[in-house]
Write a new protein. Structure first.
Length: 263
């Protein structure tokens, strides 16, 4: 979730930079218009001045085109940020549900540990109680095995829900996007022969974690997928660990029951 906040902050900085560039371009347009008006009044018939006016008009047209592209890029970043916030909300909801399930598994494991402590106490009480203890152990073992089977089923249901949620979100995030504003800007700039637009966008941060650096800048959907997959993997690992602890506890109880039966 820290990386999600970092990505949102980076997008906000990009939007602020583009808005500042837009204001600068508007100021340049006003200044160029004033210069053209002065040149036309002073030297309307001068050929040199006329050529300068033509050059300035071309610059104004280029600046207007860049201003239009800047507006489109700002809108694109705003839409991208809204999609990112929506996807992060889904992750937060899933994290909450997983936390509730993990807490339930932990509670079940604590109950099983309590049962094991009771069994140990009965063993210490003496050999004369071996028969009744064996019966009680058998009942407790049966109960724990049922609880373990219930945990297995819940774990399987949780995995199926995760797969369904992952498939649904993947379909949403992998839907064919429109052309990225930045790519469109570069294509139009190359077509017009204007390779120096005067706008520098911030590069991708070098502090990104793992394979995130391998994803293109216009691949925000893939970044969201990887962020979501990391969260799911962490939760699944925790659930698997609790399930393994429960199985180990059942095996310990089986060994304890066999020891009591030999008494």
């Amino acid at each position: 979730m820290q990386y999600a906040t970092f990505v949102q902050a980076e997008q906000s900085k990009k939007i602020e930079t583009l808005e500042a560039s837009q204001k600068s371009l508007q100021s340049q347009l006003v200044a160029k218009d004033k210069m053209i008006a002065q040149l036309k009044k002073v030297e309307a018939s001068n050929a040199t001045m006329a050529m300068q006016v033509i050059a300035l008009e071309k610059q104004i047209q280029s600046l207007k085109a860049e201003l239009t592209l800047s507006k489109e890029e700002i809108q694109g970043y705003k839409l991208e940020r809204e999609d990112f916030i929506s996807a992060r909300s889904v992750l937060v909801l899933e994290d909450t549900n997983k936390s509730i399930l993990i807490q339930k598994l932990q509670d079940d494991l604590e109950k099983a540990n309590h049962g094991l402590k009771q069994v140990v106490s009965q063993m210490v009480s003496g050999k004369e109680e071996a028969g009744p203890s064996s019966t009680a152990l058998q009942q407790q073992l049966t109960s724990l095995q049922k609880e373990n089977e219930s945990l297995r089923q819940e774990n399987q249901q949780l995995r199926e829900q995760n797969e369904q949620q992952e498939h649904s979100l993947s379909q949403l995030l992998l839907a064919t996007p429109q052309e990225a504003p930045a790519t469109q800007s570069a294509r139009i700039a190359n077509a017009s022969g204007n390779t120096n637009r005067g706008i520098n966008f911030p590069e991708r941060s070098s502090s990104a974690i793992g394979l995130i650096d391998l994803i293109p800048e216009d691949g925000a959907s893939l970044e969201l997928q990887m962020l979501r997959q990391r969260a799911l993997t962490k939760r699944d690992s925790e659930i698997e660990r609790l399930r393994k602890e429960n199985e180990d506890l059942v095996q310990q109880l089986v060994a304890t029951l066999e020891s009591l039966n030999r008494l």
